[in-house]
Design a binder for this molecule. Structure first.
Ligand code: NAD
Length: 312
C-alpha cells in the first residue's frame, strides 16, 4: 500500500496517517492549513508524523496541487480534507464549503481516472441524513441534509458514486458520526465542554440538551477507515457510528465524573442546521468491514480529557 491522505494535519487525518505509518505504509499527506482553527493546533497534530521517514507532507490546497504527480504510485486515497462544521456553513461562508468540499473532491476524483488506485475512501458525514429519517439511520434512507455543510458532503458522496459508475474509480464513502477523542477540533462539543469546565465557565449548550448523538471514538473511526481501504465495496456507503448514542445532558454527568469538577450549563438558542438526533445502524459496516467499535464513551472521554490536560 502507498497512501495519499488529504487533510492529514486535521483531527482525524493525523490519527489515520499515524496508524498507516505505524503499519509500515508510506504516506503522503496534503493539507492547506485552512484558518477554520489555528495552524498551531494542526502543527501539534503533525508532531509525531514529522519524525517518521515514511511520512511526507505537501502543503497546499487540492485545487492548486499537481495531482497527477501526487497520485504517482499511490494505491489508496483517503480523502478527508474538508471545511468541517455545520454552524458556519451558512451565508457567504458557504462558498468556502463549496470550494473545499465539492470542487476539490471533483478535481481529485478526476485525477484518479485511469490510475491504478485500489480504493478511494471518502470521509462523509451523518449530516447527510437530516431530521426526516427513521432511527437508527440506515444507508438506504433518503438523505435530506438540514445544513449547507451536509449538502456539500452529500454532493461529494454523489460525486464519488458517479466517478465509480462512470470511470471505475473504486470509491467508498464513510458517514462518520460525531468523532471525538484526543485532537478533536476546538469547535466541537466535547472540546468546548472540557475547555469551559477547565476555565470554570458555564458550558454552552445549544437547545434543551435533550438532542442525542451517536459518538465515535477516533481510533474506532480510523480502524473503520483502514478496513474500508481493503474491504469496502466500491461505490458503497457505510455508517460509522460508535454505538454510544446519548443525550447531551447525560454527557455532562460523565464529564463531571471524568473531570471531578462541577459543571454549570448555559442554555443557548438551538442552532440552525444542527440535527436533533443521530443514531447509526452499523449492520453494513459490521458485515463488510468487520467494524466493531471498542471504546466506550466514558473511556473515550477520559482519553480526550487526559490529552487536553497534558497539553496545558
Ligand atoms: P479537520 O478540520 O480537523 O481536518 C480537515 C483538514 O483538511 C484541515 O487540516 C484542513 O486544513 C484541510 N483542508 C481543508 N480543505 C482543504 C483543501 N482544499 N486542500 C487541502 N487541505 C484541506 O476536520 P476533521 O474533524 O478531522 O474531519 C475530517 C473529515 O471527516 C472531514 O471531511 C469532515 O467533513 C469529516 N467528518 C468529520 C466528523 C467529525 O466528527 N470530526 C464527522 C463527520 C465527518
Amino acid at each position: 500500500m502507498k497512501a495519499l491522505v488529504t487533510g492529514a494535519a486535521g483531527f482525524i487525518g493525523s490519527h489515520l496517517s499515524e496508524r498507516l505509518v505505524d503499519a509500515g505504509v508510506p504516506v503522503t499527506g496534503i493539507d492547506c492549513f485552512t484558518d477554520f482553527y489555528p495552524r498551531a493546533i494542526k502543527e501539534r497534530n503533525l508532531e509525531r508524523l514529522r519524525e517518521s521517514p515514511r511520512f511526507s507532507l505537501v502543503e497546499g490546497a487540492l485545487a492548486d496541487a499537481d495531482l497527477p504527480t501526487l497520485l504517482d504510485d499511490v494505491t489508496h486515497v483517503f480523502h478527508l480534507a474538508a471545511q468541517a462544521g455545520v454552524r458556519r456553513s451558512w451565508g457567504r461562508e458557504f462558498h468556502i464549503y463549496s470550494v473545499h468540499n465539492v470542487e476539490a473532491t471533483q478535481l481529485l476524483l478526476e485525477a484518479c481516472i485511469g490510475k491504478p488506485i485500489e480504493r478511494f475512501v471518502f470521509a462523509s458525514s451523518s449530516s447527510v441524513y437530516g431530521d426526516e429519517v427513521a432511527l437508527p439511520m440506515r444507508e438506504d434512507a433518503r438523505p435530506q441534509p438540514v445544513s449547507p455543510y451536509g449538502v456539500t458532503k452529500l454532493a461529494a458522496e454523489q460525486l464519488c458514486y458517479l466517478y465509480h459508475v462512470n470511470h471505475s474509480v473504486p470509491t467508498v464513502s464513510l458517514r462518520y458520526f460525531t468523532v471525538y477523542g484526543p485532537r478533536q477540533r476546538p469547535d466541537m462539543g466535547f472540546s468546548r465542554f472540557f475547555s469551559a469546565v477547565a476555565r470554570d465557565q458555564p458550558v454552552p449548550v445549544f437547545g434543551d440538551g435533550r438532542q442525542t448523538r451517536d459518538f465515535t471514538f477516533v481510533a474506532d473511526a480510523v480502524s473503520a477507515t483502514v478496513a474500508a481501504a481493503t474491504r469496502g465495496k466500491p461505490g458503497g456507503v457505510y455508517n460509522i457510528g460508535g454505538g454510544s448514542r446519548v443525550q447531551l445532558l447525560d454527557v455532562f454527568e460523565l464529564i463531571r465524573q471524568v473531570t471531578g469538577r462541577p459543571l454549570r450549563v448555559e442554555r443557548l438558542e438551538p442552532q440552525r442546521g444542527d440535527m436533533r438526533d443521530t443514531y447509526a445502524d452499523t449492520t453494513r459496516a459490521r458485515a463488510d468491514l468487520g467494524f466493531a467499535p471498542g471504546v466506550t464513551l466514558e473511556q473515550g472521554l477520559r482519553a480526550q480529557y487526559e490529552w487536553m490536560t497534558a497539553g496545558q
